[in-house]
Design a protein around this ligand. Structure first.
Ligand code: RTP
Ligand code: MG
Length: 141
């Protein structure tokens, strides 16, 4: 299996709950390494740009509003099969449908305030990582 990188965001609800460290432990316990990280208060244009693929969706405005409601923690995770592994750790988009023991089942309140974001494919991971981190800010081992 290939070593991959994926873009992860701890969303404003989870930052407000003070569970960044608990969520980071889930990544580390699953063998993913944090190779870049920063806390950021997204502006509206930054959040709209990040979620541009969803701009025609009915939930787009609520999603942007939520993502700018407070600081987020953005990180690049690296490891074997990192993209799918992170999605597995996150659980389903709607925390009510997320499997027990997943990040969303344990820390999310609703489909809007759902604790984390994770890239869903190699192409989106590359675009999303570049959106937040110039390559020189990612630590290579
Ligand atoms: P994410 O992109 O944040 O990792 O989440 P995801 O892949 O599981 O879900 P996606 O379909 O990409 O949707 C992005 C975010 O929009 C919100 N959403 N709301 N009300 C709704 O029906 C609805 N559907 C999606 C969620 O916060 C989701 O994480
Ligand atoms: Mg998505």
């Amino acid at each position: 299996m290939a070593v991959e990188r994926t873009l992860s965001i701890v969303k404003p609800d989870a930052v407000a709950k003070n569970v960044i460290g608990k969520i980071y432990s889930r990544f580390e316990d699953a063998g993913l390494r944090i190779v870049a990280a920063r806390m950021v208060q997204l502006s509206r244009p930054e959040a709209e740009g990040f979620y541009a693929v969803h701009k025609e969706r009915p939930f787009f405005n609520d999603l942007v509003e939520f993502m700018i409601s407070g600081p987020v923690m953005v990180q690049v995770l690296e490891g074997e099969n990192a993209i799918a592994k992170n999605r597995e750790l996150m659980g389903a988009t709607d925390p009510k449908k997320a499997e027990k023991g997943t990040i969303r089942a344990d820390f999310a309140d609703s489909i809007d305030a759902n604790a984390v974001h994770g890239s869903d494919a190699p192409e989106t991971a590359a675009v999303e990582i570049a959106y937040f981190f110039p390559s020189m800010q990612i630590c290579v081992r």
